[in-house]
Design a protein around this ligand. Structure first.
Ligand SMILES: C[S@@+](CC[C@H](N)C(=O)[O-])C[C@H]1O[C@@H](n2cnc3c(N)ncnc32)[C@H](O)[C@@H]1O
Length: 504
C-alpha cells in the first residue's frame, strides 16, 4: 500500500488523527506540551502483535474487531493491516536483522520491545515509509507503550537498520545463516527450517523442481488477493464485478465462480452481505467444484461435506446441489463452527440442504454406510498451504502436529470411503501440500479400506480441474492423477485434491 494517500501523509502518519481524537486543542499549548500520541494505526498493529505473541491469539480474529472499535477504516485500516500481517509473516527475517543491528540475540530482548522493533523494521524495509518517519513514529510508539529507556534502545536499533538497504540486510543475514541453502532461505524468506524442508519435499513429490522453493516461499510472504465466490444460481460473477466499483473486479482464470478484487472491504458488497457470494480462495473454489464435476456411476442426489466448518465449501457445494436437484448434509465436529456453516448456507434454497449436523466425521462411515453419492473430506491440516492468509501460523505449527493430524485425516478419509456408495465419489482436500498429510494419508486410507473389502479407483483430478477452468489450461504435474496447486504458480493457496471413485 502507498502511504501517500488522502488520509495518510508521506510519513505514513494519519492526517487529522489528532482532530479525530479530539486532541486539536494541543496546538495552542507550548511546543513541549504539543507532543502527539502515537499513530492509531501503528498502535493497532502493535496491539495485534502483542495479542498474537502474548495470548496466542489469531491475527485475523483480533484485527477486524479492533479496527472497528477504534474507528479505523479505509487507508488507515489497510495501513494497520499491512503493518501487522506483514510484520508477522516476515518476523523470522526481521529477527535476524534485529539480532545483527542490536548485536545481541533477540531472545534477550523483552517481547514488547521486540514487537515494536519488528514493526519499525517492516516500515523501514518492507513498506514504503520514509526512514525518518518510520523511526520517529516507532520510537514514539515505544515511548508511549514501554517508557523512555526502551524507546532509546528502539531508536538506536532502528537507526542502524535504516542505514542499509533491504538488499544489504538480506545479504548479511544470509551470510550469517551459514552455507546451507535451505538454512539461508529459512532466514531470508522467513519460514521455519522444517517448513522450508517440507515444502521443498512437497514440490519434488509433486513433480516440480526443487529450485522453485525460493519462489514458493516468496509467494507465501505476499498478501493474498481478495477473492470472492459467486455462488452458482445465487449470484453472477458479472454482478460481483459490477458491484466492485473502484475495487475493479476481474473474473478468475481457474474457477468460473471466482472474482478477484483489487482491494476494498468485501463485506460491503451486497451479494456478500446476503450470502449469495462469499470470500473464498480460488483454489478452494476449484477443488469444491471438482467434487461436483467428478464423473460418477448411478444416482447423484445426496452429498456429504464431512468437515464443513466454517462452511465456505459447503455453501458452494450446496449452491451447485440446488441447481441439480441434489441435497447436502453438512457435518462439523465443533458446534460453534456448525453454526457458522448454517450462516454460510443462509442464501441457499432450503431444499438443497438436508441437514447441518454437529458430530465426529470419523463415525459417519459406520453410522451411514454407502449413504452418499458425493463426499467432500476437507480435512483439518497444518495449513502450510495457506501461510499467506494466516500470518502467524508458520511460527505456531511444529513437526509434532503432523502425527496427530495425519492419523485424524486418515480416519476421516476412511469414514468417507465407507459413507459413499459404490459408484460414488470422494474428494480428499487439504490446504497443505505436506506429503504426510496428502499422498501418504491417501495411500494409508486406501490400504486400510481395502482390507475391509472397499475398493476404489483414482479419478484423473487434472482432467476434472481443466474441464472446470474457463480457459481449460491449468499448469499441473503430468505424472500424477491428483492435483496440487501452488501460490507461486496458480496464485491460490497450496490446495491438494485427490478424487476417488468407490468401485465395491
Ligand atoms: C479445513 S477445515 C474445513 C473448512 C471448510 N470445509 C470450509 O471450506 O469452510 C476442517 C474442519 O474440520 C473440523 N473437524 C476437525 N475434526 C473433525 C472431525 N473429527 N469430524 C468432523 N469435523 C472435524 C474442524 O473443526 C474444521 O472446522
Amino acid at each position: 500500500m502507498s502511504p501517500a494517500d488522502d488520509r495518510r501523509d508521506p510519513s505514513g502518519r494519519q492526517r487529522g488523527a489528532a482532530r479525530a481524537q479530539g486532541r486539536t486543542q494541543r496546538s495552542a499549548s507550548a511546543p513541549s506540551q504539543r507532543r502527539r500520541g502515537s499513530d492509531p494505526a501503528r498502535t493497532a498493529a502493535y496491539d495485534v502483535l502483542r495479542a498474537v505473541d502474548g495470548s496466542d491469539s489469531y491475527a485475523n480474529l483480533v484485527l477486524p474487531p479492533l479496527l472497528r472499535e477504534r474507528h479505523l477504516a479505509g487507508r488507515d485500516a489497510a495501513f494497520a493491516t499491512e503493518l501487522a500481517y506483514g510484520t508477522l509473516r516476515l518476523r523470522g527475517r526481521y529477527d535476524a536483522i534485529i539480532a545483527l543491528a542490536a548485536a545481541r540475540e533477540v531472545t534477550t530482548i523483552d517481547a514488547p520491545a521486540l514487537d515494536v522493533l519488528r514493526l519499525g523494521v517492516h516500515q523501514l524495509l518492507g513498506m514504503r515509509v520514509p526512514a525518518h518517519a518510520a523511526v520517529s513514529e516507532t520510537v514514539g510508539l515505544a515511548r508511549e507503550q514501554l517508557g523512555t529507556g526502551p524507546s532509546q534502545f528502539v531508536n538506536a536499533v532502528l537507526r542502524t537498520v535504516g542505514r542499509s538497504t533491504p538488499e544489504e540486510w538480506e545479504q548479511r543475514i544470509a551470510e550469517a545463516a551459514g552455507d546451507d541453502e535451505l538454512a539461508r532461505l529459512s532466514v531470508t524468506q522467513s519460514h521455519p527450517l522444517w517448513v522450508v524442508r517440507a515444502l521443498r519435499e512437497a514440490l519434488v513429490g509433486n513433480g516440480r523442481s526443487a529450485a522453485e522453493i525460493g519462489a514458493l516461499l516468496a509467494a507465501d510472504n505476499a498478501a493474498p488477493r481478495v477473492t470472492i465466490v459467486a455462488r452458482p444460481g445465487l449470484a453472477d460473477p458479472a454482478e460481483v464485478v459490477g458491484d466492485a466499483g473502484e475495487h475493479v473486479g476481474t473474473v478468475g482464470s481457474l474457477a468460473p465462480t471466482a472474482v478477484i478484487l483489487s482491494g476494498g472491504d468485501p463485506a460491503a458488497l451486497p451479494s456478500v452481505r446476503d450470502g449469495r457470494a462469499g470470500v473464498q480462495d480460488e483454489g478452494s473454489q476449484l477443488v469444491a467444484l471438482a467434487l461436483t464435476e467428478a464423473p460418477l456411476d448411478g444416482p447423484d442426489e445426496r452429498w456429504l461435506d464431512l468437515c464443513a466448518g466454517p462452511g465456505g465449501k459447503a455453501a458452494l457445494l450446496a449452491a451447485v446441489a440446488g441447481e441439480r436437484g441434489a441435497r447436502i448434509v453438512a457435518n462439523e465436529l465443533q458446534a460453534h463452527r456448525a453454526r457458522l456453516v448454517e450462516q454460510a448456507l443462509r442464501a441457499v434454497p432450503a431444499d438443497a440442504v438436508e441437514d447441518v449436523r454437529t458430530g465426529d466425521g470419523r463415525t459417519v462411515g459406520t453410522d451411514e454406510p454407502g449413504a452418499y453419492d458425493r463426499v467432500m473430506v476437507d480435512a483439518p491440516c497444518t495449513g502450510l498451504g495457506a501461510l499467506r492468509r494466516r500470518p502467524e501460523a508458520r511460527w505456531r505449527r511444529t513437526p509434532a502436529d503432523l502425527a496427530g493430524l495425519s492419523s485424524l485425516q486418515r480416519d476421516l478419509l476412511i469414514s468417507a470411503l465407507r459413507a459413499v456408495r459404490p459408484g460414488g465419489v470422494v474428494a480428499y482436500v487439504t490446504c497443505s501440500p505436506h506429503l504426510v498429510e496428502t499422498q501418504l494419508v491417501v495411500k494409508d486410507a486406501l490400504r486400510s479400506v481395502s482390507r475391509a473389502g472397499i475398493e476404489t479407483e483414482s479419478i484423473d483430478a487434472r482432467a476434472v480441474v481443466r474441464g472446470i477452468a474457463p480457459g481449460g489450461s491449468v499448469e499441473l504435474d503430468d505424472t500424477r492423477t491428483d492435483v496440487q496447486l501452488w501460490p507461486h504458480v496458480h496464485g491460490t493457496d497450496a490446495m491438494h485434491l485427490t478424487l476417488l471413485r468407490r468401485t465395491s
